[in-house]
Unconditional design. Structure first.
Length: 204
């Protein structure tokens, strides 16, 4: 399996198109075969110049989604749209499905991973600087992701994005894994490049 540092590098590279596919107008994703054992599904975060991404981030009212329960509406709808495209593309592929994403892409990775698990695939999910996805007592999402072969949510010290939307209304699926030392400018701590550097230094 690819290391978490490698997955952070992939999450950073998938900000650049061309992508393998796109769902719901603004939700890009890459399908990256890694030999006979692993298929990586990678999703970028919010593009600063894409108003549709910002609208998705701000659609915080909860919505009930099949399989994954009550979630942030923007993350849930985007992740569900990508999941349907991915499920149609993989069609019974027996490889391990590794789902990764940074920021908005990390939030959607949790949704995509849950859909893949519900469909019977072997899944691991690794996110970087993802915001909160689950609304209140969303046990469905937690139960599904609890069946993942690996589930890790990395949160860099000082990164403000994992602290939104507000709790207790919205919750993370796991307690998360802290990385790095905080820089003076908060948003600088959100950079996917710093996540990759920290993970490489930690040998993960």
């Amino acid at each position: 399996m690819l290391s978490h540092a490698d997955l952070a590098e992939i999450a950073g590279r998938c900000y650049r198109n061309p992508w393998s596919g796109q769902a719901a107008l603004d939700c890009a994703y890459d399908l990256l075969p890694r030999g006979d054992a692993e298929l990586v599904v990678a999703m970028p975060g919010t593009h600063p110049d894409d108003p549709l991404d910002w609208i998705r981030d701000l659609r915080t009212l909860p919505n009930l989604f099949p399989a994954v329960g009550l979630c942030h509406s923007g993350f849930g709808s985007g992740g569900t749209a990508v999941a349907k495209r991915v499920l149609a593309a993989v069609k019974g592929d027996a490889r391990l499905m590794t789902v990764v994403g940074h920021s908005l892409g990390g939030a959607m990775a949790l949704i995509v991973g849950a859909w893949l698990i519900a469909a019977g695939y072997r899944v691991r999910v690794v996110t970087f600087g993802a915001p909160r996805v689950a609304f209140c007592l969303n046990l469905a999402l937690r139960r599904l992701l609890g069946r993942a072969e690996q589930l890790v949510e990395y949160r860099r010290a000082g990164d403000p994005v994992p602290h939104v939307p507000i709790r207790p209304l919205f919750k993370h699926v796991t307690g998360g894994v802290e990385l790095g030392a905080a820089l003076a400018e908060p948003i600088a701590n959100h950079a996917i490049g710093l996540y990759a550097t920290d993970l490489a230094a930690a040998g993960r």
